[in-house]
Write a protein that binds this ligand. Structure first.
Ligand SMILES: Nc1ncnc2c1ncn2[C@@H]1O[C@H](COP(=O)(O)OP(=O)(O)OP(=O)(O)O)[C@@H](O)[C@H]1O
Ligand SMILES: [Mg+2]
Length: 867
């Protein structure tokens, strides 16, 4: 990502204090410590310092103020140094917003002596959080690790685990991801006997999610329901909430909503966190939704809800707040994000000021101009000037392939060419697409040519069936009431607990108003169970109870996992199978056990803080002994008594290798977390445009530049959605540092059907002289005419300044086929040759195209290629 942040700063630490404090240090200075001045106390060894304590004086000294703002331009510096009221930094892509946040944190710790424990920084992914933490630690040393740098979701999980007792709920709650939520919704729809054609679980869940993101509870949700659904939708929502609660579970949206509710209902709890977090920083602010915004206001607003008088707590002034964002990069409206949060900032946070950044340090002027020309077509956006002094750089390369396979082949060839020439590396190259389904074609080709690559997102490791089953076992151990998890594995592998037996248990649970898990403890009272089912249910309940006992006795997560995989018969079943797929399932489970082992190993690493010489937790940087700095001073009372300010539990955390801690980690792994670390991975990154936010690569391929792909089909007749697609294009283009490619396919298979998509309208927005077309295809054949006629707009048929008209149409074709050959026809898709006839220009073939039937084709004319 933003790799260039530290290099000139490091050497500067070695300079004499007098020299370094007044001017930026020259790069390339040595890093020795001998000339350290008296004003600069010895400091931590910084990155990679390891666990040994450095001898007094041998460590790196504390960076000076001048060093921490070194290399920043004036407004960036202003933002870093700002003290007092709330600040909004708005600026286009690549202008150093994230860098400003990182440097500001370092400055707070290193210069303003802010205790790292009082810093809360919010990033968009866990990956970005880890990176920001590392960078700050690089700048000011390991004591900075105590700060909270996390996503909204992770921060809320931590708060809820500590405070959920106020709601009289167990802190061992499960976190339901979208697949869990969907399963629960399916059960609800079935139980309520809703017509599956009219009520789709996904739609209902989307609607509920939107309610939650707007902090709307079921009882107040009727007027948001679609017309005629004012009873059904809120009813389903209420049921869903009831069952989540019965399962002691929260879904993703709950994590934020419940934290806000907690703060509003228990102002003294909120006050505790306002006292703890005196510095709050938020990256990617344009993508916050109303619930997240409410959370920021609870923590940092000027007028939070009043504290109960009997609490005796005097409210504290709001903490310092800095948010950074770019309204042009708001791409999560479908998850409730709203740029109103940016536009209303100055109004909502009293005394707020805005800082603008205008210089882009990431991209060439060519890349920027292309991005600006696309985004400038959006109406009602504040005009921004974004410039770069990196020079014009290379032209953008355009390429039109015949099919998505041709597109992938071109990209593979081009990457190889660039890498061979030493122009770029695999690790500095990314391929972006609009939807996950597009990754398939790239993977096919990349595997074939042996290109090292990594797909971020898609069917991820944690979404594989066997891994999900294993997680469900663990969740069911940790939380016996977790209905979705228990039901998922109760008969997996098959152990003779059929649907009927499960229904009988469920009925009993419903009648007794207890959870399914509790009913399993009272099997004797369940009526009508067959003897065999009863025996199997008992065995299952005993097995789970045994593992819960293990957990209570302190067994670590990896131990429990390995044990349950054996005891449940899951591993044996896979081992006995002859199915090849089961073999790879076994491998994945082995891998998952390794993940747990690594987690446990990590939890037991003890690091020593070089500054204090005391042990700190390797993961969080939290001191393992009591740290007086983190003791709230308001009452001096460290015990948590509701209604009083208490400790935050941050004093002396034990290494946590427990199952709940492991599950928490697993539940929060976001897509973008799988992004490889910079160059070192040496693989090409494939990902959706949404996941690309905040990242940068030397060479970027933006693919599928077709109307109906990008912009997405759904947006073509919806102006609001088209604006969002445009912002997505802006995000994509501005990821490129040096080299940008735009590609498309004349015909691609979508949803199993060939689609002829005309060129993306975004290409026409770019000045032609920015583009260099390597290949264009003339729309002369009937299939392209059909494609052109599908768009409602009579579009200008020029591409990047090149007018169509000359040259020969270049559709794919084959000269000869034999029976059994697989072919790809641009109109009919994949087929198998079943007969051949004729020869020369009369050669024909019968090709079976599956559901489209068998067709006889003239080889000379058929637009197809042999696979
Ligand atoms: N003053 C500067 N001098 C040199 N390089 C800089 C400066 N400011 C930022 N950069 C570099 O420019 C690149 C973009 O910075 P950064 O990622 O912080 O921008 P951003 O505004 O957060 O971008 P995005 O909008 O995509 O999130 C990074 O490589 C960063 O190190
Ligand atoms: Mg950024």
């Amino acid at each position: 990502m933003n790799d260039a942040d530290t290099p000139t700063l490091f050497p500067a630490f070695g300079l004499a204090a007098g020299a370094a404090s007044t001017r930026p240090a020259a790069p390339g200075q040595s890093r020795g410590g001998a000339d350290r001045g008296p004003a600069d106390p010895p400091v931590p060894g910084g990155a990679g310092a390891g666990a040994r304590r450095a001898p007094q004086g041998a460590g790196r000294r504390r960076p000076t103020a001048a060093e921490l703002v070194e290399g920043l331009n004036a407004p960036q510096r202003e933002a870093v140094e700002h003290e007092g009221g709330p600040v909004l930094v708005v600026a286009g892509a690549g202008s150093g917003k994230t860098r400003v946040l990182t440097r500001r944190i370092a400055y707070l710790v290193g210069v303003r002596d802010v205790h790292p424990g009082s810093i809360l920084a919010i990033t968009f992914t866990n990956k970005a959080a880890a990176e920001m933490r590392t960078r700050v630690v690089d700048l000011v040393g390991p004591r900075a690790r105590v700060m909270w740098v996390s996503t909204f979701h992770s921060a809320c999980v931590r708060i809820l685990r500590a405070e959920i007792g106020h709601f009289e709920r167990s802190s061992n709650f499960s976190i339901y991801d979208s697949a869990d939520s969907k399963r629960l919704m399916q059960m609800i729809c079935r139980d309520k006997q809703l017509d599956p054609k009219r009520y789709q679980p996904r739609e209902l869940l989307n609607w509920i999610s939107n309610c939650k993101n707007d902090l709307v509870r079921p009882e107040a949700s009727a007027d948001r329901a679609p017309r005629g659904q004012e009873d059904v939708y809120p009813g389903v929502y209420a049921d869903y909430e009831r069952r989540l609660r019965a399962a002691e579970a929260f879904d993703f949206d709950d994590l934020i909503m419940e934290t806000v509710r907690l703060f509003r209902q228990f102002p003294e709890v909120r006050e505790k966190y306002r006292r703890r977090f005196r510095q709050v920083l938020v990256d990617e602010y344009q993508d916050t939704n109303p619930a997240q915004y409410a959370l920021v206001r609870e923590l940092c607003g000027n007028d939070p809800s009043a504290l109960p008088e009997e609490s005796g707590i005097v409210p504290i002034d709001p903490p310092e707040l800095m948010v950074v964002g770019d309204s042009d990069q708001s791409i999560y409206a479908f998850r409730g994000a709203t740029i109103r949060n940016i536009l209303d900032f100055e109004h909502d946070f009293r005394g707020a000021r805005t800082i603008l950044l205008e210089q882009n340090y990431r991209s060439t002027q060519t890349v920027l101009s292309a991005a600006n020309s696309v985004i400038s077509k959006n109406p009602d956006r504040p005009k921004k000037r974004l410039w770069s002094d990196a020079g014009a750089g290379e032209k953008i390369v355009g390429y039109v392939a015949d099919t998505e396979h041709g597109e992938a082949q071109f990209i593979a060839d081009e990457i190889d060419r660039l890498v061979d020439a030493g122009t770029t590396t695999y690790g500095q190259t990314a391929v972006f697409y609009r939807t996950n389904a597009q990754s398939r074609a790239f993977e096919d080709v990349f595997i074939r040519v042996g290109m090292p690559y990594r797909v971020v997102g898609g069917v991820r490791f944690y979404e594989r069936k066997e891994v999900r089953d294993a997680i469900s076992y663990l969740k069911a151990i940790a939380n016996p009431h977790d209905e979705v998890s228990v039901r998922r594995i109760i008969n997996e592998p098959k152990r003779g607990i059929g649907d009927r037996a499960q229904e009988q248990v469920q009925h009993f649970a419903d009648r007794q108003r207890i959870s399914f898990g509790s009913a399993l403890e009272r099997l004797d009272e369940v009526e009508g169970l067959a003897t065999r089912s009863l025996a199997q249910l008992r065995a299952f309940a005993t097995m789970m109870a045994d593992h819960r006992a293990m957990m209570a006795a302190g067994a670590a997560a990896d131990e429990l996992l390995a044990s349950i995989l054996q005891a449940s018969g899951y591993v044996d079943t896979l081992r006995r199978s002859n199915d090849l797929q089961d073999e790879s399932r076994l491998e994945n489970l082995t891998e998952f056990v390794a993940v747990a082992e690594e987690f446990v190993a990590q939890a037991h690493v003890v690091d020593i803080d070089q500054e204090t010489g005391r042990p700190i937790d390797a993961e969080t940087g939290e001191p393992l002994e009591e740290d007086p700095d983190t003791t709230p001073s308001a009452t001096g009372d460290r015990t948590t008594v509701p209604g009083q300010l208490g400790g935050l539990g941050s004093g002396a955390p034990e290494p946590d290798d427990s199952l709940p801690a492991f599950l928490e980690r697993v539940a929060l792994v976001a897509d973008a977390d799988a992004v490889p670390d910079g160059d070192t991975d040496g693989v090409v990154t494939l990902m959706t445009l949404h996941t690309a936010k905040g990242l940068e690569f030397d060479t970027v391929f933006l693919t599928g530049f077709e109307d109906g792909v990008f912009p997405h089909m759904r947006s073509l007749d919806n102006p609001t959605e088209l604006e969002e697609e445009r912002r997505l294009a802006y995000v994509g283009i501005t990821r490129a540092r040096k080299r940008l490619y735009l590609t498309r396919a004349v015909v691609r298979t979508q949803w199993g059907q060939p689609s002829y998509n005309p060129q993306s309208r975004f290409i026409a927005d770019m000045p032609g002289d920015l583009l260099d077309w390597r290949r264009l295809v003339e729309p002369a054949t009937s299939w392209e005419t059909r494609a052109a006629s599908r768009t409602s707009s009579a579009r200008d048929r020029t591409e990047g300044g090149h007018v169509f008209g000359s040259g020969v149409p270049r559709g794919p074709h084959v000269d000869a086929v034999t029976v059994g050959d697989r072919v790809l026809h641009t109109a009919f898709g994949l087929g198998t040759v079943v007969a051949t006839m004729g020869s020369g220009s009369n050669a024909k073939a019968d090709v079976d195209f599956g559901s489209l039937g068998t067709k006889r084709l003239s080889l000379r004319h058929a637009p197809m290629e042999k696979l």
